[in-house]
Design a protein around this ligand. Structure first.
Ligand SMILES: [Zn+2]
Length: 477
């Protein structure tokens, strides 16, 4: 039990509740009004029937501020910042002061710090239970949603275990199959295919277990409210918001996946646990891509709005919104050319896909120039192009894969439009590709949300949820 909740428990058992001690907003103001005080206390003692954890991957305060400014202007507000309770959270992992998404997801999901690149295991490689496992054991329905592949770090940390996140994706898909999760929605279809599963069609196996299956937006819409639901909408990551149109994708939005999951999971009498990840905020941030961070964060924020509205009428649901770590030290720098950035309508990764190679396998100078001009309105000199062509190769002279060429394109754009972000040399030397140890925000509302105040550690999240839900087992203890 954390110091903070211990204070709360003591205060409750003695009937002495002091706002300043417990950090419950509003209590200091309503102290004289005993009926309000009683109300708040009875709400604190009630356990939430449903718990929804929403993770903005790589969503630090800078990402939030950029999204807020670009969407709503200087005086506007995001949905998540209007939730009742706010905390800050530290994110370091067992072996580094900067975490990757594997160790970060594991800490949030299991309350155990592990090494970077590990998932659902402790620092010694031993499997640990996640809060999802504990809710499932207590009879609740459970669900996972991500715009990443569903076998990637954050969903995997809740639903599986892998000592190394990069070698274990096929195995994680099998673990998701074996763990009887009621709703799984996101990208990563290729990991369920016979090619990756030694000839077994894992989607077919899910079907045999009674799962309804959806592979695009229309199928998801028409699937009704089955007892169990698997939706895989892309072979790999789902599209960046910026690229959905260009790529003519018919995948559902995060809002649509979440609305469907709420329909399916709320059929259960005992309530549910749902994790929703806006994964590509992190991916856009790795590419120093301000327009991408803006669009991805706003989609996530709009999903928070939908979830909070769904939960509001019910008074039986806890919603916790947080980031797993910060990416690229992004900040709302004063120099940032917002209007020019707003004009960019595709991701740097998409731009990378438009570059043309010559007979020697090198990108042509002309195509580099025309892509930057067409999609980012940037004129590059021959010198700029030569530097760029050098930057997209590793030490052995091999050209990076498309997403990493995108990182370099994004960094050129960020520099030209004076964005506040870690530069490409620092990113290249970083084992996490530019994550930082900056504290990240936690927002919460609903039954038990008053626990989420002050400075937390990422291992506190599942403990506080388990305490609020009165689970018999507290994760990590
Ligand atoms: Zn990342």
């Amino acid at each position: 039990m954390s110091v903070k909740t211990k204070t709360l428990a003591v205060a409750l058992s003695t009937g002495l509740v002091i706002g300043g001690l417990t950090g419950i907003p509003g209590l200091t103001h309503t102290f004289a009004d005993s009926s309000v005080k009683k109300d708040t206390v009875s709400q604190m003692q009630k356990a939430p029937k449903n718990v929804i954890v929403m993770v903005g991957d790589g969503m630090g305060l800078g990402q939030l501020e950029i999204a807020r400014l670009m969407e709503y202007g200087k005086e506007g507000k995001l949905q998540m910042e209007q939730l009742d309770n706010v905390a800050l959270m530290r994110t370091y992992s067992a072996d580094n002061y900067v975490t990757d998404s594997g160790a970060a997801g594991t800490a949030i999901a299991t309350s155990v710090k592990t090494n970077n690149e590990s998932i659902g295991v402790d620092a010694n490689g031993n499997e640990v239970d996640s809060i999802l496992d504990l809710f499932q054991a207590s009879g609740k329905k459970v669900g996972l949603i991500s715009t990443n592949t569903v076998v990637d770090a954050t969903p995997a940390a809740f639903g599986s275990s892998a000592p190394n996140r990069w070698s274990g994706s096929d195995e994680i898909a099998r673990q998701l199959y074996n763990s009887d999760i009621d709703v799984i929605l996101g990208g990563g279809a290729s990991y369920f295919s016979p090619e990756k599963q030694s000839g077994t069609d894992l989607v077919e196996k899910f079907r045999e277990e009674g799962y309804a299956f959806a592979s695009d937006k229309d199928e998801l819409e028409n699937v009704g409210t089955p007892d169990k639901l698997l939706g895989l909408f892309h072979p790999s990551y789902m599209n960046y918001k910026l690229d959905v149109e260009e790529n003519k994708s018919n995948e559902p939005t995060l809002n649509e996946m979440t609305a469907k999951a709420l329909d399916v999971l709320s059929k259960g009498k005992n309530g549910f646990f749902l994790m929703v990840e806006g994964a590509r905020i992190d991916h856009a941030a790795h590419a120093a891509d301000v327009p991408g961070v803006w669009k991805e964060t706003i989609e996530f924020d709009n999903t928070v709005k939908d979830v909070v509205e769904w939960a509001k009428g019910r008074k039986d649901t806890l919603v916790v919104v947080l980031a797993d770590h910060e990416t690229m030290g992004m900040s709302a720098a004063e120099t940032m050319e917002i209007e020019a950035l707003k004009e960019i309508e595709v991701s740097p990764e998409y731009m990378a896909g438009r570059l043309k190679k010559d007979d020697n396998g090198e990108f042509t100078t002309d195509s580099v120039k025309s892509v930057f001009k067409e999609y980012a309105n940037i004129d590059l000199s021959d010198e700029d192009v030569a530097q760029f062509l050098q930057n997209i190769k590793d030490n052995e002279g091999t050209v990076y894969p498309q997403h990493k060429v995108g990182w370099e394109i994004g960094s050129v754009i960020a520099k030209r439009y004076k964005v506040g972000v870690i530069d490409r040399e620092v990113r290249a030397e970083s084992s996490t590709g530019g994550h930082t140890g900056n504290m990240v925000p936690v927002f919460a509302t609903g039954v038990g949300s008053e626990r989420f105040e002050g400075v937390l550690d990422n291992t506190d999240v599942s403990k506080l949820i388990a305490e609020a839900a009165k689970l018999k087992t507290i994760p990590g203890e």
